[in-house]
Design a protein around this ligand. Sequence first.
Ligand SMILES: *Cc1c(COP(=O)(O)O)cnc(C)c1O
Length: 422
Amino acid sequence: MRDPRSEELYSRSKALTPGGVSSPVRAFSPNPLFIDGGCGSHIKDVDGNDYVDLCMAYGPLIAGHACPEVIDAARERLSKGTVYGAPSEPELALIETIAKQMPCCDMVRLACSGTEATMHAIRLARGYTGRNGIVKINGGFHGAHDAVLIAAGSGSAQGLPGSAGVPADAVKNTYAVEYNDAAMLENLLDGNEDIAAIIMEPVLGNVGVVPPKKGYLEEVRKITKAHDVLLIFDEVITGFRLSEGGAQKMLRVTPDLTTMGKIIGGGFPAGAFGGRKDIMENVAPAGKVYAAGTFAGNPVSAAAGLALLKYMHGRYDALNKATADLVASMRDSLADSGVKGCINSVGSMFSIGVGAESISNGTEANGVDRTLFAKLFAHMLDNKVYLPPSALEVEFMSTAHTADDARIVAEAFDSFMRGCKA
Ligand SMILES: *Cc1c(COP(=O)(O)O)cnc(C)c1O
């Protein structure tokens, strides 16, 4: 038995917390691994098994686990206390850095999570425009609050609750359109005067990675402007991941508002939203749109986030190149096997879409072969590679991943694909 300690902890955990985990995607069968520690690109479970980590906490750890520069910055702040309920310098420094680096951010407000950031940004868009409707992308994810939890694939019709406990009234003003389909968005906006904003990940990152088709985001920008509808880029994953100025800088499309999280906390809880000054000035106490949080802008997350953003300066090209090389090798293995599938990748993100010829939107992403992915996941684990356990999650590379790590991943993947050849 490889992980008796994890198994025991899981059985205790299951009895006291729903599904034995603190967030649903962490559960997998027969038992999730309890992690004892992470160092660089590796994690070690409580039974002493060591893995190359490609889950990387779902995105925050772009410089790997326990990056010394980040840990030092956090430790230094810790000795001065962790939260004051009053402004602090690290928080201002983080705000200044975000405002400088993210093209759309004239002003920034900090929060504690990506969920909070999108919740506040949506309220702000509604408050600013005086309209109720919001549009999201089918397969787009914006956290765990009611307004964005609508059933997948509900087309451009009015949203249906995507979770028990979400009242129909909470999503009756939420609409969904397909990614990479600007005409569908335009049709919706043509027929509805009550839309405040569209919130979208500029590069989808929660149905695997899905890059925008050429011209799509530019088209969305044009359409939203023409309809006087706010464009919100949810860059909780892509912000400071795809470039120092997020997807918006890399793809040169500037939204009105943007939401951030994950990387900006340097591995501690954090979130932020920012954008045009005339919109942001409507946030309380400057304006009438309420947004608040006890831990918002706490100095430890801010100091760690700041240290991480600083550390990443000048490191993106090498990281993206290392990812592209690994992806190229994995694509070869996939092609040689003859198994239907695709590997999508942008920057340091990639996803393995076994069973789907190509994936350009949320509907196509749903065509992945989950059973085959579960086998792949187990095989990779046997070969010392920890993937995110769900077929629709993203593999994240970090600057801590070495050529050796990439070789371990590529060989494990290749041996799986060879086994599929039959
Ligand atoms: C993770 C994520 C969120 C939610 O962030 P939390 O910090 O988990 O609340 C929102 N939007 C996107 C695009 C995300 O990937």
